[in-house]
Design a protein around this ligand. Structure first.
Ligand SMILES: [Zn+2]
Length: 127
């Protein structure tokens, strides 16, 4: 069993978007990352998206109206971090996490046989 130095945690991240919605087709819209004041974050956009944003902000597409800033939430999971007997730290993303020293751990930090050794065990057991 490795020492858990950081527990797995889920954090919620709010994303801000400046939204332009089609006047008659409400399911059609453009959405651009923006700052809290509503200014489009051009650094976050691909060139074609930046071009679309400039056109819409300039009012050159009358079919789309500016509906302002919308907030969406996204969850981000940070894995637990364990410290191996060798001293190295390993992220415990899945049930198969290899330390740099070659030891394997599950998501709870319990040491496992290496995957190839598990396969040989399974073959011996007739699976
Ligand atoms: Zn190790």
């Amino acid at each position: 069993m490795m020492k858990i130095v950081a527990r797995r945690r889920t954090i919620e991240i709010e994303n801000l978007h400046r939204v332009f919605q089609h006047a008659t087709h409400s399911s059609s819209s453009y959405s651009f990352s923006c700052h809290p004041n509503g200014d489009v974050d051009f650094n976050a956009l691909a060139p074609i998206a930046a071009q679309n944003a400039r056109e819409l902000l300039a009012g050159r597409d009358a079919d789309y109206r500016d509906v302002g800033v919308r907030i969406s939430a996204e969850r981000q999971v940070d894995p637990a971090i364990g410290q191996c007997e060798c001293g190295q730290r390993t992220s415990l993303w899945t049930n198969d996490n290899e330390c740099g020293c070659g030891r394997w751990y599950n998501a709870s930090g319990q040491e496992l046989l290496a995957p190839d050794a598990r396969d040989r065990d399974a073959e011996r057991a007739g699976y």
